[in-house]
Design a protein around this ligand. Structure first.
Ligand code: ADP
Length: 310
C-alpha cells in the first residue's frame, strides 16, 4: 500500500531556540485514519504546520504520496486538505461561496469549483444551507463547513488540527460520523487530538507525541491492549488505621477513610467487592486513580501529563 505521508528525521527549531520537533519519523498508509495524540506543547501544530507548508522545517524530509515538500511543493499541497482549529472564514459570506473561493486558491476553474463545492457541501450535510450566510449556521455546521472547504480541491489526505477541542460531546459525535464516512470512502485522515476516546472510536493507528518526540506508534487496538490492569480509589465508610490485608489484591491506605487497590488484568471489580465484603469493609464510592490517557503517559514517560491535558 502506498504511503500517504512519509516523514523522516523531521526537526524544527524555532528562532527562539526552542526545539519543537526532535527528529520525528512517522509513516501513514493510504486509507489510514491516524491520530497524533499528545499534550499541549508536544509539537502537534508544528508538525501539521510543516506538512501543510505553513511552517518551515529545520531539517528532515516530508513526502506526501511520494511527493517531497522540498521539490514538489505544489503537487504535495494539492493532495492535502487542512482543517484548522479555529473558524477563519468571513461570517457574512454565503456558505457555498466560502467553499468555491477556496477551490479558486487551488487553481480549480470556476465551473468545476462550483460543482466540487456542491459535492463537498452535500457530503457534509450542508446542501440545504448553501445559500445562507455563514453567520446563520450552528457551531456544528460551521465545523462541517471547514471540512467541506478543506475537501473542495479533492485532496487525498485530510488533516484536522484538534477538530473537536472544546466541542460538546453531542457535536463531537456528530462530527465523528462524518469523518468516519469520509474515511470509508477512501480518504486518508490524520487528526491531532487530546482525547483518547476519539482515538479509540475513530482511528486505526496512533502516534503519541510528547516534548517533540514520538513515544510510540502502533495500532490503536494494540495500544489499548497495553493498558492492562488499573488502580481504583475506594472511599470506605469507616476510619482505618492501616491498609486492610486483602487476599490477592495489593491495597494501600490513602487517607483514614480511603484506600487504593490495584486491579490486575484478570481480576474483576466483582472479585474485589467480594473480598472487601468478606473483610467487612463497606465502600461508599469508587473512582479510577488515573484516566486511561494518563495511565498511558505514565507507562511511556514515567510521569503524568497532569494539567497539560485538556
Ligand atoms: P502542540 O500543538 O502539541 O500544542 P506546538 O507545536 O504548538 O505544540 O508547540 C511545540 C513547542 O514549540 C511548544 O513548546 C511551543 O511553545 C513552541 N512553539 C510553537 N510555536 C512557536 C513559535 N512560533 N515560536 C517559538 N516557539 C514555538
Amino acid at each position: 500500500m502506498s504511503q500517504a505521508l512519509a516523514i523522516e528525521n523531521l526537526v524544527k527549531v524555532y528562532q527562539s531556540g526552542k526545539t519543537a520537533l526532535k527528529g520525528i519519523n512517522l509513516s501513514i498508509a493510504e486509507g489510514d485514519f491516524f491520530a497524533l495524540l499528545g499534550p499541549n506543547g508536544a509539537g502537534k501544530s508544528t508538525f501539521i504546520g510543516i506538512v501543510s507548508s505553513l511552517v518551515n522545517k529545520t531539517s528532515g524530509t516530508v513526502r506526501v504520496f511520494g511527493h517531497s515538500i522540498d521539490d514538489e511543493i505544489l503537487k504535495a499541497k494539492q493532495l492535502i486538505g487542512i482543517v484548522p482549529q479555529e473558524f477563519n472564514f468571513n461570517i457574512f459570506t454565503k456558505t457555498i461561496d466560502v467553499v468555491v473561493t477556496q477551490a479558486g486558491y487551488y487553481g480549480v476553474p470556476y465551473r468545476q469549483a462550483k460543482e466540487q463545492a456542491e459535492q463537498a457541501l452535500q457530503q457534509l450535510g450542508l446542501w440545504e444551507k448553501r445559500n445562507d450566510v455563514v453567520r446563520s449556521l450552528s457551531g456544528g455546521m460551521k465545523r462541517r463547513l471547514m471540512i467541506a472547504r478543506a475537501l473542495v480541491h479533492q485532496p487525498k489526505l485530510l488533516i484536522l488540527d484538534e477538530p473537536t477541542a472544546g466541542v460538546d460531546i453531542e457535536l463531537r459525535r456528530s462530527l465523528w460520523v462524518y469523518l468516519e464516512k469520509l474515511n470509508q470512502q477512501g480518504l486518508t485522515i490524520l487528526l491531532t487530538t487530546h482525547y483518547l476516546e476519539e482515538v479509540e472510536i475513530l482511528c486505526k493507528n496512533v502516534a503519541i507525541i510528547d516534548n517533540g518526540e514520538i513515544l510510540v506508534e502502533k495500532s490503536v487496538h494494540s495500544l489499548l491492549g497495553d493498558l492492562t490492569g488499573e488502580t481504583l480509589i475506594l472511599d470506605v465508610g469507616s476510619i482505618l488505621i492501616e491498609a486492610p490485608q486483602l487476599a490477592h489484591f495489593a491495597c494501600r491506605l490513602v487517607s483514614p477513610d480511603s484506600i487504593e487497590v490495584d486491579l490486575l488484568e484478570h481480576q474483576t471489580v466483582n472479585d474485589l467487592f467480594q473480598t472487601l465484603d468478606a473483610a467487612g469493609i463497606r465502600v461508599t464510592s469508587l473512582r479510577n486513580k488515573f484516566n486511561r490517557l494518563e495511565e498511558l503517559f505514565i507507562r511511556l514517560t514515567g510521569h503524568t501529563v497532569e494539567e497539560k491535558l485538556i
